[in-house]
Design a protein around this ligand. Sequence first.
Ligand SMILES: Cc1cc2nc3c(=O)[nH]c(=O)nc-3n(C[C@H](O)[C@H](O)[C@H](O)COP(=O)(O)O)c2cc1C
Length: 402
Amino acid sequence: MRGKHVLIGVTGGIAAYKVGTLIRELVKSGAEVKVMMTEAGARFVSPLTFSALSKNPVLTDLWSSNQSSDSDISTQHIDLANWADVLVIAPASANTIAKLACGISDNLLTIVSLATSRPVILAPTMDAEMYLHEVTQKNLATLSERGYFIVPPAEGELASGLKGPGRLPEIKILTDTIENILTHADRDLIKKRILVTAGPTYEAIDPVRFIGNRSSGKMGFAIARAAAQRGAEVTLIAGPVALETPRNVKRIDVESAQEMLSAVLRYSKKTDAVIMAAAVADFTPAHPAKQKIKKQPGVHSLDLPLKATPDILAALGCSKRNTILAGFALETTDGLSGAKEKLRKKNIDLIVLNSFNKQNRVFGSHENTVTIIDKRGDVERLPKLPKFEVANKILDKIRDLL
Ligand SMILES: Cc1cc2nc3c(=O)[nH]c(=O)nc-3n(C[C@H](O)[C@H](O)[C@H](O)COP(=O)(O)O)c2cc1C
């Protein structure tokens, strides 16, 4: 961690006292550490303690300019946001998590979190009931989708005397996470052009009805977000989804498989890698009706002839030269051999096999369990991870192949 800038945000939680050990470990490993605290955080531990351990002034007040020697009041929050290689909010209170999830920026810590483009790690710690409450879980899921790294709390006895999840994880887990994320924050995909597809396609039956599928687009959006964070120039071709466009990503919206093919062919020229995470329909209505199909009295069935859609992956596989091509596979039977077959037949460099079962529903979830298979025959089975982390694992493989 030598020379790395770690910015720690301390909020008002009982675990604030453990942050001293985190600061010491980071300083020992060569990192430069600065600490900011919320008003509530500073009630639990004196800023003086963290100042002595980090050897830097501790920043608590948005409105005060004389806390940090090298910034004035007008730029302090932006300077801090740019100074950090990584921001670690530990402990992260339920209150601050809620603020971050909806973009409230009413103190130095929340403003810097909003202003930074660097990775943000959150270590939620609180009473188990607060942690497991639907609203906290929803806020954490929102932040995870936006690319925040959430370190799940440890289980055990809590300050309230109750048992459950809510404790600050071991400091080693936090330092390992910081180190791991800083490796990816090295912008190792800078100048690489990456095209990602995401979401379902809608195939028109008539002007108001379509055949679709359950893809939420979350996996493809996570890849686009992670690649942009790692410095790549990212174009995202998205089917119909209700997701926010990740920062620094160029988004092209399409609807049908045919539109997706046209966009992919148009934007895949001169790309270094194409990652096809979209769930493209295999069949489309052969003769979509021009007007809404009406229900007729006495008519009890409707024949809907379907025709095969263009195979976008195979088309790219046939024509590719120096581009790395990654596809996704989801099989309800015999996943691994099906995926290997797809890899070989379609001339793909990497295939990500989604495990589809009761434990891993894939669609709509912000976590996923996948196996990554590459053309050299390497098979890597990953545990259940947030989609953003799966995205980074896929990008690690692509970086190695580039
Ligand atoms: C003794 C005490 C312990 C608390 N511990 C926690 C905690 O562990 N986690 C948490 O989310 N909130 C905890 N709170 C509540 C927060 O301090 C409170 O929501 C505060 O507004 C958080 O402000 P901040 O997010 O700006 O730091 C505690 C409050 C008290 C009085």
